[in-house]
Design a protein around this ligand. Sequence first.
Ligand code: URA
Length: 262
Amino acid sequence: MDSQIDWHAARAALDWQLEMGVTETISDTPINRFEQIAPPPKAGVAQGAQAAVQPVSAASAFDPVTEAETLAQGAQDLARLQAVMADYPHCELRKGARNLVFCDGVAGARVMIVGEAPGRDEDRMGKPFVGRAGQLLDRMLAAIELGRDRAGAQSVYITNVLPWRPPQNRDPKPDEMAMMLPFLKRHIALANPDVLVLMGNVPCQALLGKRGITRLRGAWAEAEGLPVLPMFHPAYLLRNPAAKRDAWADLLNLRARLDMKA
Ligand code: URA
């Protein structure tokens, strides 16, 4: 009996540590991960002989959003984009995350789904929407003959506004969204979908500059030169099953649009 209690207590303690972001259990000496991430270059610090003679201007002051834009624009394909995001040091979320969650599904699919940020399961697996909300998303897509594991016209491509899990699944902060937005925009351009589906308020805020999913859902809008359909987030649907009726209407709306432009 005692050993059973010990087992459960040990298991709970382990789960708690994983939840807190523990990834190493074998080091004898502690590793300070904060020191491993290079601090941003200071404004006006010379990067070479030429930079040393240039005057320090407001334009040369360090800005993580400008740096993200430059890196994102320089990425010529999705693999390169993933690599520059993995190396981007200025978003604090990366410090607590196990994995960069970049995408799932088929690049080039007609439908690109944009969620909010990885949760615990996604952080562990390195893929978006693999937890309970993701399973519901898969069932929703299957109901209109779409899926991340399907090919051709039935395929979808999935990503999130943020590629790293926020601690305790808190809401993304405005500065985190601002610095990751250039990467998301480049991601959309490189994946080249016909339509975007925005799951919940966070992607609506990022790409439409608006929140209020209850009003926005079901109405086609435009972002990044593409038709955009805001929908309730599947996690919201799990908490509010009555909203599934609206979600079903939105799925049929999406299906009709795809069939119209087949
Ligand atoms: N919720 C999201 O918005 N994205 C995920 O990847 C998982 C849950």
